[in-house]
Write a protein that binds this ligand. Structure first.
Ligand SMILES: Nc1ncnc2c1ncn2[C@@H]1O[C@H](COP(=O)(O)OP(=O)(O)O)[C@@H](O)[C@H]1O
Ligand SMILES: N[C@@H](CC(=O)OP(=O)(O)O)C(=O)O
Length: 415
């Protein structure tokens, strides 16, 4: 049994979905197919839930835009009305939800609304495939994937999920399951999400729990490249990567794989293929156990929207373990990811993901104890397997505000 994951780009239009069908025909056999929301739908649903939460008049208009986008795809695919009952029902449930008063918990409301992207996309794709000679069963992954109640960043309950997943994905009388990435549910059946771009992670979870022979994530790139092609023009495809190398790249911000994807696969030694959906006959990149130390060309990773915050205790005391733990707790409780730190006697510098709401109001709390300085709009650049030439190429004349080097990796905060 194999797991195939199709992301937003691979189901963003009717021709894209027809291409998914042809990939399935090229690779017959037992499969679980994990699908994300179509195109930009998750971002649209984020607008929708924010508008709903603020009780903004724009809510109905945003919902209509989402409906129109999906209706257009349905009509171009020629899915017949009698096969669309579930899609209509999902939109009706979403509409009903938006009529209710939101609770005070935004993160909870977020998950209850944003999940519809994946539910609707899978319902459409499943109906289209069934109508076109690719029999499959749609499964609501929320019935199998149990999580805790950390809305928007839910933590998987592996024990529960193992039992439920194996009860649902039995392959009795069916070779293909179509299910959702990114979403799960609590023991009280409240919907949760696993964090943005979490569908790759879902594919890895299901593969682990079902002991799949491999996972393939179909992307709009030839495989894992040595840089994001939207930032660099001269990229090279990496033929193979070890799990360790892949996790380093994903953690440093290489958007092509969600960082949580690797561990469930590595723990069961399941290979991960990253392959181009436009050229499905091409091999792409394989990520697997590799027993020797890889020597690769320099790999460039840019993590954008970064802020560099420097804290100095007001009373000139040293930055000790207490200060570190207080500062880390502060960022954790505000859900801000710390990506790099550097410390001197009385300065602590942290490179963090810049929050959407800005930093100023958040840092008020820290100003009570620290002298706070910060820069925003920065880039955290990582080079694995760096050499002198790659350092110059990466900085590209920009000011380096902070730098850390190890034998294989250099990290720079660039202005
Ligand atoms: N090292 C890399 N190799 C390939 N693609 C990369 C890399 N780093 C970032 N990317 C970006 O990842 C994108 C694919 O990931 P993503 O948009 O999350 O796909 P999907 O949503 O379809 O699963 C590519 O379009 C590319 O811009
Ligand atoms: N739709 C979700 C989950 C996801 O993984 O999407 P994609 O596979 O398109 O990155 C998101 O956009 O965050």
């Amino acid at each position: 049994m194999k797991v195939f994951k199709f992301g937003g780009a691979s189901v963003s239009s009717a021709p894209a979905i027809k291409n998914v069908a042809s990939i399935l025909e090229m690779y017959p056999g037992k499969k679980v197919m994990v699908i994300s929301a179509m195109g930009n739908t998750t971002n649209e649903l984020e607008f929708l839930v924010r508008s709903y939460y603020k009780k903004d008049q724009k809510t109905a208009g945003i919902l209509q835009r989402i409906k129109d986008y999906h209706s257009q795809i349905i009509s171009e695919l020629g899915v017949e009305q009698q096969n669309l009952g579930q899609v209509h029902q999902l939109f009706a449930v979403l509409e009903e939800r938006l009529k209710r008063m939101p609770s005070l918990k935004f993160d909870y409301e977020y998950d209850q609304v944003v999940c519809f992207g994946e539910l609707i996309s899978t319902a459409i794709v499943s109906a289209y495939l069934n109508q076109n000679g690719i029999p499959n069963q749609w499964l609501d992954v929320r019935d199998s994937l149990r999580t805790d109640e950390t809305y928007r960043e839910a933590v998987v309950d592996w024990k529960w999920s193992e039992m439920l997943v194996n009860n649902s994905f039995t392959f009795k009388g069916v070779d293909l399951y179509v299910t959702q990435g990114f979403i799960g549910s609590t023991t009280t059946n409240q919907t949760t999400t696993l964090g943005r771009e979490g569908s790759d992670f879902t594919a890895a979870i299901l593969a682990n729990l079902l002991n799949a022979e491999s996972v393939t994530i179909w992307k709009n790139v030839p495989g894992v490249l040595n840089a994001d092609p939207t930032d660099f023009s001269d990229t090279e495809k990496l033929e193979e990567l070890s799990y360790k190398e892949a996790i380093e790249l994903a953690y440093s911000g290489a958007k092509v794989i969600h960082p949580k994807t690797i561990k469930p696969l590595r723990n069961k030694n399941i290979p991960l293929f990253v392959r181009p959906f436009d050229f499905p006959e091409q091999a792409g990149t394989v990520i697997k156990e590799i027993g020797y130390q890889l020597e690769l060309v320099p790999v460039y990773i840019l993590k954008k929207k970064q802020a560099l915050v420097t804290l100095s205790p007001d009373d000139f005391s040293f930055v000790g373990i207490d200060v570190l733990s207080e500062v880390f707790s502060f960022f954790k409780s505000n859900r801000i990811k710390v990506n790099l730190i550097q410390q001197s006697a009385i300065d602590l510098s942290l490179c963090v993901d810049e929050p959407e709401v800005g930093l100023e109001s958040l840092l008020m709390e820290l100003r009570k104890k620290f002298d706070v300085r910060y820069n925003t709009g920065l880039v955290l650049a990582t080079i694995r397997f760096y050499n002198d030439e790659s350092l110059v190429k990466m900085a590209n004349g920009r000011e380096v505000l902070m730098e850390q080097k190890s034998r294989r990796t250099v990290r720079m905060v660039l202005k």
